[in-house]
Each structure stands twice: as C-alpha cells, then as structure tokens.
Ligand binder design. Structure first.
Ligand SMILES: Nc1ncnc2c1ncn2[C@@H]1O[C@H](COP(=O)(O)OP(=O)(O)O)[C@@H](O)[C@H]1O
Ligand SMILES: [Mg+2]
Length: 231
C-alpha cells in the first residue's frame, strides 16, 4: 500500500523531546521530510545532532513528541504498539552499525527470524533466507554463526535479514561505521544494489564515500535539517 502522493513516509514538523532530570533534551526539532518510493537519502551531521533519533521516528520505532508522521497513509500517532510493530515488521528494514545478529542462530536462521514473526511457513522462509544470502553473496555461509563470520559478512547477513519481508524502506544507521574501508565499500555497493532493485534507502553516515552515492544528502545540526544537496 502506498500513501497519498505515493510517498512512503511523510514527517511534518516533527520534534522529539526527551524529558531528563537535568531538563528536557530536544533531540530533533521541527523536521519536515518526505521519502518517496525508490529514493536514496543520506543523512550527515556531527555526533549528537539527532540523526539516530530522526531515523527511529521515520522507522516508527519511536514517536514524535509533536508534529505528524504518516507512514504509507497511516498516521502513526493513531496506532497502538502492536499495530506499529506489525507495520515495522512488514514495511521497514533496519540495519545498524553493530549488526545485532543473534549469536546463537546461524546466518540463515537470523534471516528467517523476521519472517517467522510475520507468520511465513518454515519451508518458505528457509527458501527465502537462502535466496537472500545468495543475493548478498553469502550463499556458502548459511550455516555459519555470527562468530564465524567477518564484520563485513555479518553486515551483509544483517542486510539480508532487513530485506526478509520485502520492505519498501530500508533504514541504516552508520552501516559501515565498524568496517574497514574496503569492506565498507562492499557494503555500500550492496546497499546501492538494494536501492537499484527498488527499495528506498535512508542512510545515516559519517562516511563521505557512502553519502556520495545518495541522490539527496541532508545535513543535520542541533536537531534540525540545515542543508540539502541533490546529486
Ligand atoms: N533515549 C534518549 N534519552 C535521552 N536523550 C537522548 C536519547 N536518545 C538520544 N538522546 C539525546 O538526543 C540527542 C541526539 O541524539 P542522537 O539522535 O543519538 O544523535 P546522533 O545519532 O546524531 O549522534 C543527543 O543529545 C542525545 O544525548
Ligand atoms: Mg547516532
């Protein structure tokens, strides 16, 4: 399902305030942003400027304190926790700097997990997991556990897992932050391919090479988007 105007997610003047004992922290201020199908957006900016908080709201993990967020036509504020997590499971993939694979599961089982949560039958999810591991170049590593994989391989498994339920939007928070340059390049090339194959990407990154691949680069400072370059 697509929202009005074909937009995947539309944030209108969203603000996120964390109430803290020493006083409220305004992590994101008054951000307006739309992500269209197939877009490739990079978000840059200094540490603490609100990038992760914004990404979490775009991914419906966290809700704005004020402003409106509409995902595929649904007003997020109107959904309860269960409806929000179902929406995430079906429509959004996440990739993190530290991979967050489950250590006791094999690569294939890690990719199966979100499909199991979505109710995909065992045989079908096994088939899909192997297909996705082939797609990320790790068909031969399906039975390896994370401790038996390199950092770049773990991130490729994490990307396969994020794609398991065919999301239209993939969000990545510093996906090359833990990788050396050559391995980071491989992950960047894979993310490009994911985008070319039709998934919209929003990538938070400090890596100029990774940001350079996006169609739109947003720069944040102090919770706001202060610049936007289309390239
Ligand atoms: N859960 C939280 N509780 C309180 N403050 C938070 C929380 N998450 C982030 N912050 C604060 O919000 C600001 C933005 O954080 P974050 O979005 O993580 O920035 P970035 O990802 O750009 O480094 C920071 O000042 C951070 O300390
Ligand atoms: Mg961050």
């Amino acid at each position: 399902m697509t929202g009005v105007n074909g937009v995947i997610v539309s944030a209108d003047r969203i603000t996120r305030i964390f109430p803290m004992p020493a006083g409220p922290v305004v992590a994101v201020r008054d951000v307006t942003l739309q992500v269209a199908p197939g877009e490739h957006i990079a978000i840059r900016g200094p540490s603490g400027c609100g990038k992760s908080t914004l990404l979490h709201m775009l991914g419906c993990v966290d809700a704005p304190s004020s402003g409106s967020l509409v995902f595929e036509g649904r007003d997020i504020a109107a959904l309860d926790d269960r409806a929000r997590s179902l929406l995430r499971l079906r429509h959004i993939g996440f990739v993190f700097q530290r991979f967050f694979l489950l250590p006791m599961l094999t690569a294939a089982e890690n990719v199966e997990l979100p499909q199991a949560e979505a109710g995909v039958p065992a045989r079908e999810r096994r088939r899909r997991s192997l297909e996705l591991l082939e797609y990320v170049g790790l068909g031969a590593r399906a039975d390896h556990r994370p401790s038996q994989l390199s950092g770049g391989e773990m991130q490729r498994v994490a990307i396969a897992r994020a794609l398991a339920n065919r999301p239209r939007l993939l969000l990545a928070d510093e996906p090359t932050g833990e990788l050396d340059q050559a391995t980071g390049e491989q992950v960047a090339a894979l993310l490009d391919r994911v985008n070319a194959d039709g998934t919209a990407l929003v990538i938070v990154t400090h890596d100029p090479a990774l940001a350079g691949r996006a169609g739109r680069v947003l720069t944040m400072r102090d919770g706001r988007i202060e610049g936007e370059v289309r390239q």
